[in-house]
Ligand binder design. Structure first.
Ligand SMILES: Cc1cc2nc3c(=O)[nH]c(=O)nc-3n(C[C@H](O)[C@H](O)[C@H](O)COP(=O)(O)O)c2cc1C
Length: 347
């Protein structure tokens, strides 16, 4: 069993990665139902929280059924990070996670996200400030370093552990790599196997199949893996990996009934949480993800994205069920070549 403060996680937990504009409560709900052991909110600006920006506060919404859940914050100012940790504590998440990994220019130029990798002393002070202002376990998510010549994750891991973080998630890329190339798990494995390190180390980057999860578990010895892009449109990835690790066998691919059930769950949650207008609007970008690989699905998609009520959408989903009854799509992975639109564009 893995312990993070008072949180008990099963052996080799599967974590849903924080993802901006993706890992909101409706999406987390479908990932939880399909096997995610722990999840995080998208990153939330510490400055935004303090200004009481409504958008930032809304990102703090968490629901009982998704526990354990962490709230992720970012920022480059010690006082603001401490204050925002105290704000986060008021909504009672299971932990506070600090983002020292976001590569986006507007974040790193403010000395936040992966920008802090260039100043480990500042990283330590920011983390100390968060720890000082909350009783909750504090975890960190970061990258290997700034660039190929400055991969300082070993120093980062030791120093952050020494000041009291409860777990560390490592995305096996540098800031300058953004999302390009393959994640380097050798270095993640080195941190995990450093005899000085005793906190849980979660590996992150490119996990997209049960085989890869098993291979990386065995080869690098990490305490668990964090999965991001492969869960987009495919929350079944969590249970698929779990089943494979336990039995060595593959679960059958999701049927059209399972896919539509997930769409309905996501949509209902979206409506409840965001209200009818925004809930329906924001759901529109998810339909093709869930129905990737279905022949001629574009026709249904273009209808789904024009409808404005749950009932109308539900009727089209019934039609999808009838049309594709018995059809099983190939695994519709997020193609990593597509990268992460919000991050790739940052230079
Ligand atoms: C759309 C998108 C948004 C992301 N937003 C965040 C974020 O808010 N906080 C964070 O720590 N990482 C964020 N990431 C990085 C992911 O958490 C993860 O580290 C990265 O996608 C690599 O994992 P993967 O290969 O499993 O996708 C984001 C990634 C994507 C694709």
């Amino acid at each position: 069993m893995i312990k993070i403060g008072n949180i008990s996680l099963p052996e080799f937990p599967l974590l849903l990665a924080p993802m901006e504009d993706v890992s909101d409560p409706p999406f987390r709900s479908v990932c939880k139902s399909n096997g995610a052991d722990m999840m995080y909110t998208e990153f939330i600006s510490s400055e935004g929280l303090i200004r009481d920006a409504i958008k930032s506060r809304r990102k703090l919404d968490i629901f009982e059924e998704e526990r354990p859940v962490g709230i992720q914050i970012f920022g480059g100012d010690e006082e603001a990070m401490g204050m925002s940790a105290a704000i986060v504590e008021t909504v009672n998440p299971d932990l506070v996670d600090i983002n020292f990994g976001c590569p986006v220019k507007k974040v790193v130029t403010k000395g936040a996200g992966a920008g802090v990798l260039r100043d480990v002393d500042l990283m330590v002070r920011l983390t100390q400030s968060v720890i000082k202002h909350t009783q909750l376990p504090v975890t960190v998510k970061t990258r290997l370093g700034w660039d190929d010549d400055t991969k300082n994750i070993e120093e980062v891991a030791e120093r952050l552990q020494d000041i009291g973080i409860a777990a560390l998630s490592i995305h096996g890329r540098t800031r300058c790599q953004m999302y390009k190339g393959l994640a380097d798990w050798e270095l993640i494995g080195k941190i995990k196997n450093n005899p000085r390190i005793h906190i849980p180390i979660f590996g992150n980057g490119d996990i997209d199949s049960p085989e890869k999860a098993l291979e990386y578990k065995n080869r690098y010895g990490v305490d668990g893996v964090m999965i991001g892009r492969a869960a987009i449109g495919y929350p079944w990835i969590f249970n698929e990996i779990k089943h494979f690790l336990q039995t060595g066998e593959h679960l059958p691919l999701p049927t059209v009934q399972q896919r539509v059930a997930v769409i309905r769950q996501h949509l209902k949650h979206s409506l409840n949480w965001k209200g009818p207008k925004v809930g329906i609007f924001e759901m529109r970008r998810h339909y093709t993800n869930y129905l990737k690989g279905f022949p001629n699905i574009k026709e249904f998609r273009s209808r789904l994205v024009q409808l404005n009520t749950y009932e109308e959408i539900d009727e089209v989903l019934e039609e999808v069920l009838r049309t594709y009854d018995g059809f099983v799509a190939e695994k519709n992975l997020w193609t990593f070549a597509e990268g992460a639109p919000n991050c790739e564009t940052a230079k």
